[in-house]
Design a protein around this ligand. Structure first.
Ligand code: NI
Length: 496
């Protein structure tokens, strides 16, 4: 939305480039852990008070012995990371071990063979911490299962210096066949031709990421993303996604973020050596009446998308140009504007264009509760259904901000993002918007625009006929998905 444009954009960069799910997960943990945290703090307070009383009564000095678990806990417990709080629906018990230089949380599966493997991994992690120049290293973990057949354990490490500043982060992963009670190697999971696909996917991912796209020409990035299986050895798999973890320092030479890149199982089904229900390709049940039958799948097509409207004049102007050029587009509408202009929603629909859900209040969904997320989406659906007869079938989360929880809550509807950000909201300049579209577009891509801006409506008068003259078919998201054979289910994201 107009006034928040600059701020919005920053939020978007923040969420998509720096965060990734590990970061988002840690937010989820913090929220969930409030009560246990208060309990832990209360216990510490009581223990401290009791110890102080004991010391005063007994006349002992208040010096904890070195290399004692208590001293470590006293020193580092305030970081809270020493307490494992389960994410999502982890079903395994948690255990921990600590010493002068580390604190490790790890899961107990009660399957002896698997617990032995996890235990030897924690010994390795302890060795890493002892060998590190960091003063202290904490390890926490998440577990994920796929079809209840496979277990992933993802350890996240955080290194601290003497002053408790974070000086490094890393990820260590393990993957188990639960029934066979053994750890699996990469070759057991992925076919050998997978890594060139993964390399391409990851390079595209970071190129499309506002925060990182300027860094992808660096030598370190190039060498860290070649089709070598070692670059993809840190992964986890759940019912829907295979996630690869990357250390910012390895990719770009510096920084301590962990990026996680999730690929839907449906997308990589042909590269897997294990069978997973999430990887089964769903058959497309019949052609929707909204799909134009004269689109030629062998000729280039792109999907223009216009967000934040409808707008009382600009949306109609754009619709007119689309009609004159035998073209369609997708409009991701927000609550207030949709409510104010139901007749424009009807016009969009009548023009054969698609309406997507951009939520009621244009909030960052990753900051909302499950109920609030549902309300944000349902509200717009009701308005669109009332105006056009059909609810929306795709969602674009504001700022492109999402995490696994948002995906879980919105698991009936695909989340649609973009390949090209024209930055029309930033430049507010018709010429620059035209250039942004014409210079960057290629076949199969989704273009992000905003119909609330006069400059964008003005630009559309030029770039739509030009795109047509260059041979592009301008299609809706629904048509793009259909003609390009894209397999995307509810809760999944595209094109990232
Ligand atoms: Ni928006």
């Amino acid at each position: 939305m107009k006034n928040q444009g600059r701020y919005d954009y920053n939020r978007y960069s923040y969420n998509n480039a720096s965060s990734q799910n590990v970061y988002i997960r840690s937010n989820v943990r913090k929220k969930k852990s409030k009560k246990p945290l208060i309990a832990v703090i209360s216990v510490i307070f009581l223990l401290t008070a009791a110890t102080a009383a004991f010391v005063m009564l007994d006349g002992m000095s208040l010096i904890f012995p070195k290399n004692d678990d208590n001293s470590v806990s006293a020193l580092w417990l305030e970081e809270t990371k020493t307490k494992h709080v389960s994410f999502n629906d982890e079903k395994y018990e948690s255990s921990s071990k600590s010493a002068d230089k580390y604190f490790i949380n790890y899961p107990l599966t009660k399957i002896d063979e698997i617990d032995a493997e996890i235990n030897s991994e924690t010994e390795y992690l302890a060795k890493c911490a002892n060998a590190s120049s960091a003063r202290f290293t904490t390890y926490d973990y998440i577990t994920e299962t796929a079809d209840n057949k496979y277990l992933s354990v993802v350890f996240n490490s955080t290194e601290y210096d003497e002053d408790k500043n974070v000086v490094g982060k890393d990820v260590f992963t393990m993957f188990f066949d639960i029934n066979a009670k053994k750890q699996m190697k990469m070759d057991d999971v992925f076919k050998s031709n997978f890594y060139s696909y993964a390399s391409e996917y990851v390079i595209k991912y970071f190129n499309n990421n506002t925060d990182t796209k300027k860094l992808t020409s660096s030598e370190s990035f190039k060498s860290a993303t070649t089709a070598d299986k070692l670059h993809f050895e840190k992964f986890s798999i759940n019912d829907k996604f295979c996630t690869f973890y990357f250390n910012q320092k390895n990719l770009f030479g510096k920084g301590d973020k962990i990026y996680d890149v999730s690929i839907s199982l449906g997308e990589i089904s042909s590269y897997l050596n294990i069978s997973l229900s999430g990887a089964e390709v769903s058959s497309n049940s019949g052609e929707s009446p909204n799909i134009r039958n004269y689109i030629d799948p062998d000729k280039p097509m792109i999907a223009l998308t216009f967000d934040d409207g409808p707008h009382y004049t600009n949306t109609e102007k754009i619709l007119d140009v689309l009609k004159q050029n035998d073209s369609c587009a997708t409009f991701f509408v927000v609550g207030d504007n949709a409510e104010a202009y139901p007749e424009i929603l009807k016009d969009i629909s009548d023009a054969g264009c698609q309406i997507g859900n951009h939520t009621k209040n244009h909030k960052d969904l990753t900051n909302l509760t499950d109920d609030e997320i549902k309300q944000e989406v349902d509200y717009v659906d009701k308005i669109v259904k009332k105006a056009t007869g059909s609810p929306t079938t795709i969602i674009r989360p504001p700022y492109g901000a999402y995490d696994k929880n948002v995906q879980k809550v919105l698991n009936k509807t695909p989340l649609i993002f973009w390949d090209i950000d024209t930055e029309d909201w930033l430049t507010l300049n018709a010429k620059k918007t035209i250039d942004a579209v014409m210079d960057q577009t290629s076949d199969g891509e989704i273009i992000l625009l905003h119909d609330i801006h006069d400059s964008t409506a003005k630009a559309a008068e030029t770039f739509i006929p030009r795109l047509r003259a260059e041979g592009y078919q301008l299609v809706t998201i629904e048509e793009l998905i259909y003609y390009k054979g894209i397999n995307i289910k509810g809760g999944e994201t595209y094109p990232w």
